[in-house]
Design a protein around this ligand. Sequence first.
Ligand code: DGL
Length: 280
Amino acid sequence: MSYPYDHRPIGIFDSGVGGLTVLQELLEKFPDETFIYLGDTARVPYGTKSPATVQRYTIQVAEFLLRQGVKGLVVACNTASALGLPALRAHCEVPILGVIEPGCQAAVGLFQDGALATPDGDRPRCIGVIGTHGTITSGAYARTLALLVPEYVIRSLSCPLFVPLVEEGWTNYPSARLLIRESLQPFIDNPVDALILGCTHYPILKPKIADILGSATTLVDSAQAVALALNRLMGAGIVLPSAQRQFVHYYVTDAATRFREVAARFLPQLNMDAVEVVDL
Ligand code: DGL
């Protein structure tokens, strides 16, 4: 008897293009899953909005995806994960995965599996987190890390100008490099051992950030950890590789052409055929 795999799609969302960095990893890990991606481009950025507003947006987006019949939801936005996850969990019955816990596990894992050496002398291990204003002021990363590794030093910094750099496609301008450098100054003056890219837009800036911070700091992009966590969360519900063609349906809440252009610039391998505009 063959196992009844659940062929319903998995919903994944972000305020804009950032969540595509997570989608790309999920497509690699689950080549036969069907995904529905929504970028809430009419209301990006989430990072500067109040917690109540982000919570309301998060629930509206999730309701849209649930109406499409998804079997699980990936909140591929740190701001929505930090501010909207508890409300979302109380609201929906399908399994829901945020990005904060997997990101924290990935950072801590670097020390625990020996990928990062123990600091010299008595200096405690130090993890930094960068994210939007909403994510950092929520304290979600600091709280999660304090539970996992109370003995580590955790330093958080909001980098509110990084999302517009990505959304505007400015990442390769010399002025962008200056701005990234200036934003990261506290971590240049006083380096952390590992730095969590606590916004799904930031992996697009990863080569620049890595270059600026140098080899003293290891960057943590949570996408791979999210893929592992999704496998655990969905268990047997995940479709195993077969001969099926992989399919993603893309939705945005505004400006589909611009979304496709920005996505094609950073993630050309996603091969976005059609992007549909929806009203939530
Ligand atoms: N990519 C999102 C995050 O991970 C949100 C960026 C924003 O809309 O401010 O936080």
